[in-house]
Ligand binder design. Sequence first.
Ligand code: HEM
Length: 376
Amino acid sequence: MRGSLFYQTGCSLWRRQRRPNAKPHCRIIPSASFSTADHDEGDAFQSNPSKVKIFDRHLKRKQRDRAAWLLRPNDSFIHAVAENLVDRLEEFVKKTVNCGTIFAKPFALATAGLISVPIDLPGTTFNRAVKAGRQIRQQLFALITKKKNEILEKRKTVASDLVDSMLMDGMTEVEIGNKIVGFFIASHDTTSTAITFLVSYLSDHPDVYNRVLQEQMEVIRGKEGRETLRWEDIQRMKYTWCVACEVMRLAPPANGSFREAITDFTYAGFTIPKGWKAFWTVHTTNKNPKYFPDPERFDPSRFEGDGPAPYTFVPFGGGPRMCPGKEYARLEILTFIHNLVTSYNWVKMNPNEKISYIPSPIPEEGLPIKIEAILN
Ligand code: HEM
């Protein structure tokens, strides 16, 4: 069955939102909850869809809205982030390194088992992922409990971050821990995969690289001195974003996600019974030759002008559950590429490096590059 088939079920949900009386075919399961468990025992990262369903039911409407709101930054928020990004880089790196020592290894194991055969025996990918999930949650619970005590002992009465406000809203440590793990998976692995493949494709296509460099140098020329990037600068990076889109078309950072049929339905001659879990994939839609002729060819010009038709390019999904972090990811990717191409030259150390899928694509050797600063 084609992935785009399941994507269509997503479209019908989108239409349903606009026609509230229309009957939906599928229930939407929050994709972030793949990585979460809905019980206290610590079996995080189960890919068992029945668990996912329970978690979904327990998710309060208010909490969902809050998460969506927090992840849809308004212009002034993005502006502030863009302005301060370079200044904060050093602080960010320090934090990431600290975070990395605690979370990096278990995080990689957990991601590897995200979509795996659910056999919980020592040595299986699934088992390693469950253990790693438990380890991450222990670390998170320690942090969350510390914050909870501050609130209970009234040492803190006003929320100073997202965890505080979730605690003040009455969410449990388990719910909050699961949300954080969900955000880790949803935001970190995806964006870093997109950037990794951009670096790879740019180094393979000097003509595209030159156009990107030219666009980024124009952004610099439009600024005074060493002024940091602003929101308006991000809007000027049109060609660079076309390149990023073409990279995500060919190497989508997220494979797709699950849906559950809440009624029997037929699509393209296939009957999907009620209760079946369906996984829609990005690959098949993104590489449909009807919309992307010669689909394996790397050609960022596909995204110039009006770009592809709606729902033919879906690395961020589509419909009501479309990735709420899309704009934030765009900001991260463009800022990174701006700084990279204007300050460094690089070449790939192994031009024939193989790609594995676990489930996100990943260069098998970690894409080693030789990089040198451009001396101005
Ligand atoms: C290149 C980067 C990214 C890609 C390719 C990507 C892709 C996706 C996809 C395919 C989905 C599933 C949509 C569906 O089920 O229909 C999704 C969901 C989600 N993403 Fe992203 N994402 C990216 C970055 C981010 C970032 C930076 C954040 C947070 C800051 C984020 C937060 C989320 C959340 C919370 C969901 C679940 C939404 C829901 O179920 O309602 N993502 N993303």
